[in-house]
Design a protein around this ligand. Structure first.
Ligand code: PLP
Length: 403
């Protein structure tokens, strides 16, 4: 009954705002912020966060044991240590759970729970550089498409690397002929594949790009896959082979934890092989009694626990259901835009739909992300169909567009 009244109230206000009482913090500004955050949540359509997380009972357990008063720090190699006040054991189990989904064997495996997709890319690029340098004695050239996530260029800048931005086609995929033209045969190649370009949601055609690499067997190669968003749901769809290194090889992959998996603060996964890890620069740190080959010293001990919790609570079955729903709702959004004659596009396997940019008011209301591309008529916006983007929300958006 209460629920019914709440939903009626929500309908009356013509909004999908969450009818939720705010638990008082004792700080007015904080309570105001909480109210605002809860009411804005359903309108977050432009970015790939999952605002339908499943960690409520995790926090009940966590606060019930007053774990909030304890630092859990996973500094070090989760495949080596299981020290006190660390959740390294769970971090390792998380990596071992996810690794096979991306085609890694558990007996040739290394990985960590990262701070973000960017942190995973940082490790992938850093590991790739060191691996190639140690094998060949030469610094590699990095190749990445001009539609890939900007973090990759930033990280190459940070690591002071030679990077070649490879042109992509209209839909956002790296053009194989352009990769071939830009290849420097005198140096190893570090390729960063965009598995989900930022705005158009394009997946680089790794089969076609591999054919280019195969024509140049003299060039040693390391392939890192930036799969921050798509790497979350693809393993749970019929397109799972796209992220399986047994089908199409790569050396490392980075996935965000706060995108598809719905963890409530930025984190992610970096997965690679033991061989890659063993060919990194050794950093023996006596006071830690450890070999620190990863970039950061301290790492979150709570994020691995959240991942672990979700594996148990949501798991393959739940994620398969969620993946199907976001794929279905992506198709639904496309067909609704087409029905009202609004120019729109969607890459294969992608939950990102881009379309002619609506009026500023709608861009603000739905928190849309914008871009500009003359090949598609100029100003564009996109929606990333995550778990909280329901059919009702899509209907509301379409109705607003038609006004
Ligand atoms: C979101 C995203 C990133 C950045 O990941 P963060 O977790 O926000 O650091 C990198 N690459 C791609 C393809 C992304 O979608």
């Amino acid at each position: 009954m209460k629920k019914l009244i709440f939903s009626l109230a929500a309908l009356l206000c013509c909004s999908l705002a969450i009818a939720q009482t705010v638990v008082n913090s004792g700080f007015k500004e904080l309570d105001q912020w909480t109210r605002q955050t809860l009411s804005e949540r359903p309108y977050a359509l432009g970015y790939p966060g999952n605002y339908d997380g499943q960690l409520e009972d995790f926090y009940t357990w966590y606060t019930g044991n007053r774990l909030g008063n304890i630092l859990i720090n996973n500094a070090g190699d989760p495949f080596e240590k299981s020290g006190a006040l660390s959740s390294a054991k769970f971090e390792r189990e998380v990596i071992e759970y996810f690794a096979p989904l991306y085609g890694f064997d558990t007996d040739d495996l290394w990985g960590i729970v990262t701070m973000s997709g960017t942190d995973g890319n940082n490790h992938g690029i850093y590991f790739g550089v060191n691996y190639l340098k140690n094998k060949t004695g030469k610094m590699p050239v990095v190749y990445v498409s001009d539609e890939a996530h900007y973090s990759n260029y930033r990280l190459c800048d940070l690591q002071n690397l030679d990077v070649r931005l490879v042109k992509s086609d209209d839909m956002g995929r790296m053009i194989p002929e352009e990769l071939e033209k830009s290849l420097d045969a005198s140096r190893p190649a570090l390729i960063v594949y965009a598995m989900g370009s930022t705005f158009k949601g394009a997946i680089d055609d790794r089969t076609a790009l591999q054919q280019v690499l195969d024509r140049h067997p003299e060039i040693p190669v390391y392939r890192h896959v930036d799969a921050a968003l798509f790497g979350g749901y693809l393993p749970f769809t019929q397109y799972r082979d796209l992220v399986n290194r047994k089908k199409l090889n790569f050396e490392s992959i980075s996935i965000s934890g706060h995108k598809f998996f719905g963890i409530d603060s930025p984190c992610g996964l970096l997965i690679t092989t033991r061989d890659i890890y063993d060919n990194q620069n050794a950093f023996d740190v006596p006071y830690l009694n450890a070999n620190m080959r990863m970039i950061n010293c301290s790492r979150s001990g709570t994020d691995p626990l959240k991942f672990w919790w979700l594996i148990k609570k949501v798991g393959r079955k739940g994620w398969t259901r969620q993946a199907r729903r976001i794929m279905d709702n992506t198709t639904y959004l496309m067909s609704e835009l087409q029905r009202i004659g609004w120019p729109c596009w969607n890459n294969a396997y992608s939950n990102t739909v881009f379309f002619r940019r609506p009026a500023d008011g709608l861009v603000a209301k739905y928190n849309l992300a914008n871009s500009h591309d003359e090949r598609f008529g100029g100003d564009l916006s996109h929606i990333v169909v995550m778990q909280h983007v329901t059919r009702e929300m899509i209907d509301q958006f379409i109705a607003d567009l038609q006004k």
